[in-house]
Design a protein around this ligand. Structure first.
Ligand SMILES: [Zn+2]
Length: 658
C-alpha cells in the first residue's frame, strides 16, 4: 500500500493542526481497504483559546456521521481533553453516559457527537492518532494463530491488545494495560479482531506509520499465497431477473417493508458464490464487529428456494437473539442484509440503492477477507457472543425507541414511462422524493437529464416496440432487484382533426402510443409486479375520457380504450395483489410542453384571457404538474392500499365529469 501524502496538497491546506488532520484523514478515507463507510476514526490534540481567552487542551476527534474520505474541519468535534482523561479513570460508566458527558465537554455545542473511541484517542499521548479497520491487518488477526502472527509481523513496534468491545470498557482496559507503558517506544497498537491505531506528533508520520504497518500485513498475505486465494469466475454472471425479484420479495417480506436489492455478478462475486465451501465460509462471522450494524453477523445463502431459505435465516436469527438476550433487549428486524446467491454472485439489500451499495461494498471486502483468511489456515472471526454484544449495544438499542417516519415509498422500485418532461417527469421526481428508486423511460433523450444517483436510472426507450419495453423493464429489475410501481404515462396529444379529415397513419400512431404501448408495458411489467411489494399500476389517462372534445377523436378514443384496458387490468390483477388505478388530468401548463405563445393562442381560440383559460374549471384553480404527481404518488402508495379500478379526475372540477 502506497502513501498518498503530497507535500503540495498539504502545504496548500496550511499548518493548522485541524487542517493537517483533515488532510491525512481524507488520505486514509480514500483507500477503501483501510476504511469503509464511516469505519475508522482520527484525532488531533491542540491547545485552543476558549471563549474567556483561556488556553484549553482539546481533542479534535472525528464526529459521528462523518466519513473520513470527505471529512471537513466541521466534522471534528472539539472535546476538552481533561474531561476525557478523567473519564478514563472511572471504574464504571455506561456508554450512554459516556456519550452524554462527551457532548457536555464539547467546546462547540453544535459539533457532532464525538466518536465513541474518543477516550481511547485521548489516552494516546501523541498529537495525531489514526485508526482504521484495515482489511489486511484484521484478516491476519482473524487467523487461528492470529495473535502470534501479528506479534511476529510487528515485533516490538506495536502494542497488541486482546479484543474488547469498543466504548468505555475498551478505553478503561487500554488505560489499565498501558499505565506503565512508554508510548514513545511504539508506533501503533493492534486491537485484535478490530483494527489498528498509529500515532505521532507529526501528521505525515502518523499516517505513514499506518501505511507501513498495513503494507507489512499485505506482504504477509502475499507471502502466504492468500492474496491469490479469492476465486474468480471465468466471466461475469447476469442475474435472471424473475429469480432476483423473487429473492427480493422474500427478503422484503421478512423485513416487513420493501427493500432495494443490488446484485453483483462480477467475476469476483460469482467466483466467491461458486466456491464449494461458500455456505460454511460465508457464515462464520464478519471481518470486524463494527460491520454487524450494517451487514448483520452473516449473510443468507440462496440456492433455489428463496422463500424457505430466507425464512430459515429469520428463524436462525431469532434463535441467535434468544441465545444471547439478557432479558431486557429488543430483537432487531431479523431480515438478511446480504445474500450469497450460489453460483451467481452477491446481493446487498437496503432501504435505498445507496444504502444497499454501502452494504455491497462491505460485502465485497468481506468476501475477499474470508478467502484470504481461509488461506491463512482457516477464517476464525470472533465468537457470536462478541458480535451480538456489538449488535445489541445499548447505544444501538437506544435508537430503536426514537420515532422515525420513513418516506412513504422507501425501498420501493418504480418505473415511469414518458418521463423526459411534463407530467411524467413531475411524477418521476415526486416518487423519488417519496423514497422510491426510479427508472425513467422516454423516447426522447431528454430523459437522460433525470436526476443521476444510485437510486435513479434513465433509459431511452420506444414504448411502442415490445422488445425495447421488455429490455427496459428487465434492466430496471436487474438494477434495483424488482418492480413495485408502474406509472404508465407515455402519450401525446395529436393535432386536431375533424372526423371527415382523419388521416389513417396519424390515427394509428395515436393508438399505438396512447393505447397499445400501455398494453406492451403492462405485459412486460406484470410478471415482476406480481413479485412486488404492495404492487401498483398508475395509468395516466385524461379528462377527455369522461369529457371528450370535438376534433380530438383519436386522442379521446385512445384514452378511453386505455381506461378500459386499465379496468380489465384491475380485474385480472386484483387476485395477484396488484392494484390498478387511473387518473384523469386536465391540461397542465407548467411543464415546458406549453409555450406562452401556445397558451395564448389556445386562450384566444376560446375567447378567454390567458389566466382565465388556465383556470377554466369549477374551482377556478390552475392544475399543476405537481398536483398530478401528488395523486400518482398517493395511488402508488399506502393511501390507496384498498383501492383498485378507480378513476380520479385532477381537473379543478368539471360539470361534464361530475
Ligand atoms: Zn474502531
Amino acid at each position: 500500500m502506497k502513501s498518498l501524502w503530497n507535500d503540495d496538497e498539504a502545504r496548500a491546506l496550511g499548518q493548522e493542526p485541524v487542517a493537517l488532520r483533515v488532510h491525512t484523514s481524507r488520505l486514509l478515507g480514500r483507500a477503501p481497504d483501510l476504511v469503509l463507510h464511516g469505519g475508522g476514526n482520527t484525532s488531533v490534540k491542540a491547545t485552543v483559546t476558549d471563549f474567556f481567552g483561556d488556553p484549553t487542551e482539546v481533542l479534535y476527534v472525528k464526529g459521528s456521521g462523518w466519513d473520513l474520505a470527505t471529512i471537513e474541519p466541521a466534522g471534528f468535534s472539539p472535546v476538552r481533553l481533561e474531561t476525557l482523561l478523567r473519564m478514563a479513570d472511572l471504574q464504571t460508566l455506561s456508554d450512554s453516559d459516556m456519550v452524554r458527558e462527551q457532548r457536555a465537554a464539547l467546546l462547540d455545542p453544535y459539533a457532532p457527537n464525538p466518536s465513541v473511541e474518543a477516550i481511547l484517542h485521548a489516552l494516546i499521548p501523541f498529537r495525531f492518532v489514526d485508526h482504521t479497520h484495515t482489511d489486511a491487518v484484521v484478516t491476519v488477526s482473524n487467523a487461528p494463530d492470529g495473535p502470534e502472527r501479528i506479534r511476529a509481523l510487528y515485533g516490538d513496534r506495536v502494542l497488541v491488545i486482546p479484543y474488547v468491545m469498543p466504548g468505555f470498557v475498551l478505553a478503561r482496559e487500554i488505560r489499565r494495560l498501558t499505565r506503565d507503558v512508554d508510548w514513545s517506544r511504539y508506533e501503533g497498537m493492534m486491537l485484535l479482531h478490530h483494527g489498528l491505531f498509529t500515532w505521532s506528533d507529526d501528521a505525515r508520520e502518523a499516517y505513514e506509520r499506518m501505511i507501513a504497518l498495513v503494507t507489512l500485513a499485505e506482504e504477509h498475505l502475499a507471502a502466504e499465497g492468500a492474496m491469490d486465494a479469492p476465486a474468480l469466475a471465468a466471466a461475469p454472471v447476469e442475474a435472471p431477473p424473475l429469480e432476483l425479484a423473487r429473492i427480493r420479495r422474500a427478503v422484503s417480506r421478512s423485513a416487513g417493508h420493501a427493500v432495494v436489492a443490488r446484485f453483483s455478478g462480477s467475476r469476483e462475486a460469482a467466483g466467491f458464490a461458486s466456491r464449494s465451501d461458500v455456505a460454511d465460509l460465508a457464515t462464520r462471522g464478519p471481518v470486524t464487529p463494527d460491520h454487524v450494524i450494517r451487514t448483520k453477523r452473516i449473510p443468507v445463502i440462496i440456492d433455489d428456494a428463496p422463500e424457505a431459505e430466507v425464512s430459515a435465516f429469520v428463524d436462525a436469527y431469532r434463535a441467535y437473539f434468544a441465545r444471547h438476550d439478557t432479558g431486557s433487549l429488543t430483537c432487531l428486524e431479523p431480515s438478511p442484509r446480504w445474500a450469497v446467491w450460489r453460483d451467481k454472485g452477491v446481493i446487498a439489500f437496503g432501504t435505498s440503492a445507496k444504502a444497499a451499495d454501502q452494504v455491497a461494498d462491505i460485502a465485497r471486502h468481506t468476501a475477499r477477507c474470508f478467502q484470504w483468511g481461509e488461506a491463512l489456515g482457516g477464517w476464525t472471526p470472533l465468537p457470536e457472543a462478541d458480535i451480538f454484544e456489538m449488535e445489541y449495544w445499548e447505544l444501538e438499542q437506544a435508537k430503536l425507541g426514537k420515532p422515525s417516519a420513513p418516506p412513504p415509498l422507501q425501498g420501493k422500485v418504480a418505473l415511469v414511462t414518458g418521463a423526459a418532461g411534463g407530467i411524467g417527469r413531475a411524477i418521476a421526481e415526486r416518487l423519488r422524493r417519496d423514497g422510491a428508486a426510479v427508472c425513467a423511460l422516454d423516447l426522447s433523450e431528454a430523459v437522460l437529464g433525470f436526476e443521476r444517483s444510485a437510486d435513479t436510472m434513465a433509459l431511452v426507450c420506444d414504448v411502442t416496440v415490445g422488445d425495447a419495453v421488455q429490455s427496459a423493464v428487465e434492466a430496471c429489475v436487474r438494477r434495483f432487484g424488482g418492480l413495485d410501481v408502474l406509472v404508465s404515462n407515455a402519450g401525446n396529444f395529436p393535432p386536431s382533426e375533424a372526423l371527415d379529415a382523419i388521416d389513417d397513419a396519424a390515427w394509428q400512431r395515436c393508438l399505438d402510443l396512447n393505447l397499445t404501448s400501455h398494453m406492451k408495458v403492462m405485459r412486460a411489467a406484470v410478471p415482476f409486479l406480481e413479485l412486488g411489494i404492495d404492487p401498483s399500476v398508475v395509468v395516466v389517462a385524461s379528462k377527455n375520457v369522461p369529457a371528450p372534445g370535438p376534433g380530438a377523436a383519436a386522442y379521446s378514443a385512445s384514452k378511453a380504450a386505455l381506461t378500459q384496458l386499465s379496468r380489465v387490468a384491475a380485474l385480472e390483477l386484483a387476485p395477484k395483489g396488484v392494484r390498478v388505478n387511473m387518473l384523469h388530468p386536465d391540461k397542465v401548463f407548467d411543464t415546458g410542453l406549453w409555450s406562452d405563445e401556445k397558451i395564448r393562442l389556445r386562450a384566444a381560440h376560446y375567447g378567454l384571457e390567458v389566466e382565465r383559460y388556465k383556470r377554466s374549471n369549477l374551482l377556478g384553480v390552475e392544475v399543476m404538474s405537481a398536483d398530478v404527481a401528488a395523486l400518482a404518488a398517493a395511488m402508488a402508495g399506502p393511501t390507496f392500499r384498498t383501492t383498485t379500478g378507480a378513476q380520479v379526475p385532477v381537473d379543478g372540477g368539471n360539470d361534464r365529469v361530475i
